[in-house]
Design a protein around this ligand. Sequence first.
Ligand SMILES: Nc1ncnc2c1ncn2[C@@H]1O[C@H](COP(=O)(O)OP(=O)(O)OP(=O)(O)O)[C@@H](O)[C@H]1O
Ligand SMILES: O=C(CO)[C@H](O)[C@H](O)COP(=O)(O)O
Length: 334
Amino acid sequence: MTSKPDRVVLIGVAGDSGCGKSTFLRRLADLFGAEFMTVICLDDYHSLDRKQRKAAGVTALNPKANNFDLMYEQIKALKEGNSIDKPIYNHETGDIDPPERIDPNRIVVIEGLHPLYDERVRGLIDFSVYLDIHDDVKIAWKVQRDMAERGHGYEDVLASINARRPDFEAYVDIQKQYANVVIQILPTQLIPDDKDRKILRVRLLQREGIDGFNPVYLFDEGSTIDWIPCGRKLTCSYPGIRLHYGPDSYYGHDVSVLEVDGQFERLEELIYVENHLSNTATRYYGEMTELLLKHREYPGSKNGSGLFQVLVGLKMRATYERLTAQRPQVAAKA
Ligand SMILES: Nc1ncnc2c1ncn2[C@@H]1O[C@H](COP(=O)(O)OP(=O)(O)OP(=O)(O)O)[C@@H](O)[C@H]1O
Ligand SMILES: O=C(CO)[C@H](O)[C@H](O)COP(=O)(O)O
């Protein structure tokens, strides 16, 4: 970061560990430019190290193991344009390491288990997303990653998810009611009793009535629409693709829901879907498809999760531009 920004825009990305936050952040860096975006992992505000948590019998998800006062003070300071000395939680050793200096940046992203838990921190956030992964999908992803990369067995992965569940439900899951948008990742409804979890049903819940945020819609704003786009312009293989759009209620709030069940065969053809979406906050025709094509190797690129991560990123960019009113400063890199 070279000079102090006039306005720090604060973005919250909430979700359990292994829910796709890193993938989402990589997509955001494309939109903002890595140098203009500083990511703070909220694990750094664990107040108890691994040994202390074990001794106290609490998990890292429990507020008792986190310093929300310090989190609030430091995030507020960054938002006001001041540097902070942020603690570091070391995942390799389980210790809390000496702090590091963090300077404010144009975009500060706070990501982790609790960005929306503390009312004071929540009040500082300009735009937030909660990544909500169905348990069956979470297990499938974690098994795939932890068995392949970390040498864990299936039973260990399952046991660790089960052990976290009570605190996850009490302290993490409850935050989704506060998010501007929620990306839900669910088992497909296109294959009866699917056990593979390779084909996913992904829903984007977009809160209505937020200043400056206009939900993305399909064909006709406010209508309820079911669309099977497979045919001449979109190649589909088994079990096909189904899109849905319509109004709903979520934790007592009005939301617009956009849903994709199934997998895209040829990413280039997404331009056909983009053509029928409105309020995408793209700068030019085809930008959404282009952003997806740029990283076709990212997990989820071929299903609704990649598509909705890109759409949420575009909405975050629009929020940045609205709040700073300096549109040309953040340019999507070609
Ligand atoms: N959209 C997706 N579709 C399929 N698999 C996915 C998707 N997103 C994430 N995954 C799987 O989940 C794993 C974890 O993703 P990622 O590293 O982005 O999550 P994370 O929330 O940052 O995790 P952690 O907090 O543990 O670092 C990936 O390696 C991949 O296997
Ligand atoms: O949920 C987590 C991160 O999102 C971790 O479980 C938490 O931060 C504790 O880390 P570790 O297991 O390395 O001690």
